[in-house]
Structure formats: C-alpha cells, structure tokens
Design a protein around this ligand. Structure first.
Ligand code: ATR
Length: 290
C-alpha cells in the first residue's frame, strides 16, 4: 500500500458503485490504464447500500465525477437515475457504465461490447452465421444474447434452469431482430441436442466459479467436439470445470478475463474520449495481469 502522490488539485475521478465492491479488480485495471497513458484520472470503488443509491448518484454528480461503473446489484436499478440510456443498454436491460457531462448522465453497457471484442481477439472470428447456445438466462445472458443477435448470429438457443427466464430473453430478441430463439430447460433432452449442435457455447451462469470449482453447467454425458468453441464468462478460476472438459474434447476454450479487460477499456474510452492504441492495450494488459 502506498499513498499516491500523483493526486493533485487538478486530478479528476471516476469510480465504481455496487455492493460488494471489495473484490473488484476494476480499480486496478483503470488506475493501470491512467498510469500507462499518463492521464490524470483516478478510479475509486464505493460500496453503496440499496437505500443510498439515489443519494450516491446525486453525490457523485455534485462532486463532478467524470463517470462511473455500476456493478451488482444495481445494473438495472441505476437506469432510472440516468438521463439518457443507449439503445443497446435499454435492450439489454442493464447499464454498467455511466458518463457525466455537465450533470447529465448517459448510460451504456460495455459488458456485452467487451465480451464481443474479447471473443473476436481470442477466437479470431465473430458471431455472424453461427449457431450459438447460451447457458443461463440472467442479466449477463440477456446482454450477450442481444449483442450476438445484433452481430448476426444465425441460430440462438437459451438453456436455463428456469425456463420462463429463457423465454423472456427470447421475446426481446424475437421482437427486435425478427429471429427465433430456442428455449430449453436444463433437464430437457433437447437442451443436450442444442449444445452438441452449437458452433459456440457460452456459459453466462456462475456455476463453476470460485469457490465452487467442482461444478459444471454442462450435464454429464454431453459430448462436445473439436470444432466447437466454449466461452465461459467466469475468470476465477481461469480454467473452469466446463473449460477443462471442453479442452479434453479438443474444443477451443476461452475464459472471461478478456471480457473483463475490454469492458473496462470501453468504459475508459467512453469517459475520456481517448481511443487506446493497440500497443498501449498490450502494455496495459501485461501490467494489469502482473
Ligand atoms: P447475472 O446478472 O450475472 O447473469 P443472474 O441474473 O443472477 O446473474 O443470473 C444467473 C443465471 O445463472 C440464471 O439464469 C440462473 O438460473 P435461474 O434463472 O434458474 O435462477 C443461473 N444459475 C445460477 N446458479 C445456478 C445453478 N446452481 N444451477 C442452475 N442455474 C444457475
């Protein structure tokens, strides 16, 4: 721990609101970006209780914050305090990045954008024309499903324990992108078919996340193939049980660290207007990981 002597009267600040925020690695990421780019901007996490959300937003505005991230459990609730939510954020039903321009708040969702960019970087191709199976139907699933529909997925299936939640997301896609989405309960045999036939499988649930590293969202007996890509939005552990299984079948396995990295990069770009060059990204990534 050191006191940062770069902070002066001119330093601007951004931050994070949520509960809990103690485990977040966003402060480390954003402060690394500022250091690498030489930008006089610091990032501070704020733990906010539910009853204090409105006051927190007004307080941050009064203190002239440049922008802030929003994490669990406020990604939906925050939207009512935003003056203008992006079209994508409205469809995704969640805002994780807010920009403050002269007291007017603008809401964005960079989680899905970060997911898309990380996927393309690590896999070398996008979602156009692909058959995609999404596991889970919560907030992350909704944002990712909207994103892959926008980016031209050919077929989407959603597999979830609570079938109705899969149908809810399917309805949003069907109304806005005139494509059909298959919905399956976790225990249905047809869920297994959708998973086996998919080009890309995306786990959006927390199943397998530390400390429950022995769990997998894939039912026993579902065999994958080496032509498939399995993306797990979990990054701790870096190789989940799902990804280890995928690797045994020769499938390409990708974890959620890149998504976390790029959602932060996009947020930083939104706040500052800086387009971070490729070589700087590499440097930030190396400094951040180490
Ligand atoms: P997030 O915003 O991170 O997506 P969420 O909205 O709580 O989080 O959604 C979590 C998703 O993971 C849900 O689809 C949930 O299934 P239900 O809709 O049936 O609740 C799924 N999920 C989480 N833990 C699970 C478990 N142990 N078994 C099956 N599904 C699980």
């Amino acid at each position: 721990m050191h006191i940062d002597n770069r902070v002066t009267g001119e330093t601007r600040f951004v931050g994070l609101i949520g509960n809990p925020v103690e485990h977040s690695i966003s402060p480390q990421l954003h402060n690394t970006i500022s250091s690498c780019l030489g930008v006089d901007l610091i990032y501070i996490p704020f733990k906010v209780e539910e009853a204090g959300l409105k006051d927190a937003v007004n307080g941050l505005k009064a203190l002239n914050i440049k922008g802030f991230n929003v994490t669990t459990p406020y990604k939906k609730d925050i939207m009512k305090y935003i003056d203008e939510n992006s079209k994508e954020a409205l469809l995704m039903g969640a805002v994780n990045t807010v920009k403050n321009i002269d007291g007017r708040l603008y809401g964005y969702n960079t989680d899905a954008e970060g997911f898309s960019r990380a996927f393309k970087e690590e896999v070398g191709e996008g979602f156009k024309g692909k058959k995609i199976a999404i596991i889970g139907a919560g907030g992350a699933a909704r944002a990712i499903t909207v994103k892959i529909a926008i980016e031209g997925a050919a077929e989407i299936s959603i597999i979830n324990r609570t079938l109705q939640k899969a149908h809810d997301i399917a309805g949003i896609i069907e109304n806005n992108y005139s494509m059909n989405v298959g919905c399956f309960g976790t225990d249905e045999g047809a869920a297994g078919d959708a998973l086996r036939q998919a080009d890309i499988i995306i786990n959006t649930t927390s199943i397998g996340m530390y400390p429950n590293t022995n769990e997998s969202p894939l039912k026993k007996g579902i065999k994958l193939s080496d032509s498939q890509i399995v993306y797990d939005i979990i990054y701790n552990p870096s190789v989940t049980k799902l990804l280890a299984g995928a690797q045994r079948y020769g499938a390409k396995a990708v974890n959620g660290l890149g998504m976390l990295f790029y959602q932060g990069i996009y947020a930083y770009e939104i706040w500052t207007g800086i387009k971070i060059p490729k070589d700087a990204l590499k440097h930030i990534n190396e400094s951040f990981v180490n």
